[in-house]
Ligand binder design. Structure first.
Ligand code: C2E
Ligand code: MG
Ligand code: MG
Ligand code: MG
Length: 282
């Protein structure tokens, strides 16, 4: 594999390369077991009206707790799951689990709030994707309006009939949002022609909105455009009071981030709902 012919005819390994692919293969195998052994679970991060503090929904985020390695961050295993195709069964599990959870909360008497689920490009590229989503809607009996799928901008470059697939998703009554918006290549005017409900402004613009004129200008432009074509904007990575002040100033109504809450376990999210949900005022 990474064997190279050395000077004296000895074969040697490129240690770094070998380690990298070994780690990948170990993780890949571990991931197969993890699905079976239920090592994956979800956390939920609140989404709020940043002006009133009203809880308006949540984002489901997958977590992996390996019995030996410990917690492995999604930034590490999601790309690998995408590369190996493991994201297909894992993504299906995540979607079903999220839908089951919010139906369960509603049945327990908690407010029926929409859940946003990250979907990777690789899943949208799967011919069976729409069928799988339909099946999950049926099985869980979730109101499709309570489900939102978050996709990244790269979907328009990487999936051949992306607009068509997004339209099929919306035809099921599900919402679509563009995650990490502003980091990809889609121009603002292009967005107008796509079946999208919400733009999720990437945290890199929010991070320095209070000190960086450029970030503020970008967020302002996104909000102006979104308002004019009737789509929502949510800011992610809201970490400080200063972020909230600037976002409110620019007319951004929704947000999520550590300032309000980190992603929470099921139990902690229940507590959060008890503390933060208020019946909408007219
Ligand atoms: P994302 O979808 O953009 O999710 C937001 C990430 O930002 C999450 O990281 C979240 O914990 C983190 N975050 C939330 N608030 C703040 C904040 O105030 N400051 C900062 N610095 N970060 C904040 P996480 O959970 O580590 O996930 C990282 C990425 O992994 C996600 O980015 C998403 O692309 C992917 N991912 C996570 N869960 C799933 C999943 O269930 N399915 C798929 N396909 N991808 C997932
Ligand atoms: Mg997301
Ligand atoms: Mg994402
Ligand atoms: Mg994001």
């Amino acid at each position: 594999l990474a064997k190279k012919q050395g000077k004296n005819g000895y074969a040697f390994y490129d240690i770094n390369l070998e380690n990298e692919s070994l780690e990948k293969r170990l993780l890949e195998n571990a991931m197969r077991d993890a699905i079976i052994n239920q090592q994956f679970y979800l956390e939920y991060q609140p989404k709020l009206n940043i002006k009133t503090g009203q809880l308006i929904g949540m984002e489901a985020l997958v977590r992996w707790n390996h019995p030996v390695i410990g917690r492995i961050p999604p930034g590490k295993f999601i790309p690998l799951a995408e590369e190996t195709g493991m994201i297909i069964p894992l993504g299906e599990w995540i979607l079903k689990e999220s839908c089951e959870q919010i139906v369960k909360w509603q049945e327990m008497g908690y407010p029926y709030l929409p859940v946003s689920v990250n979907v990777s490009v690789r899943q949208l590229d799967d011919n069976e994707f729409i069928n799988k989503v339909e099946k999950i809607l049926k099985e869980t009996q979730i109101n499709p309006a309570m489900l939102e799928l978050e996709v990244t901008e790269s979907v328009f470059a990487d999936v051949k009939n992306a607009a068509e697939i997004l339209q099929q998703i919306r035809n099921l009554g599900i919402q679509v949002s563009i995650d990490d918006f502003g980091t990809g290549y889609s121009s603002l005017t292009y967005i107008k022609h796509l079946p999208i409900d919400t733009l999720k402004v990437d945290q890199s613009f929010v991070k320095d909105i209070h000190v960086n004129e450029e970030s503020r200008a970008i967020i302002k432009a996104v909000i102006t455009l979104a308002n004019s074509i009737g789509i929502n904007v949510i800011a992610e990575g809201v970490e400080m009071k200063e972020h909230v002040v600037e976002l409110v100033n620019e007319g951004c109504k929704l947000g999520q981030g550590y300032y309000f809450s980190k992603p929470l376990s099921v139990q902690d999210f229940e507590q959060f709902m008890q503390q933060h949900y208020r019946v909408k005022e007219k």
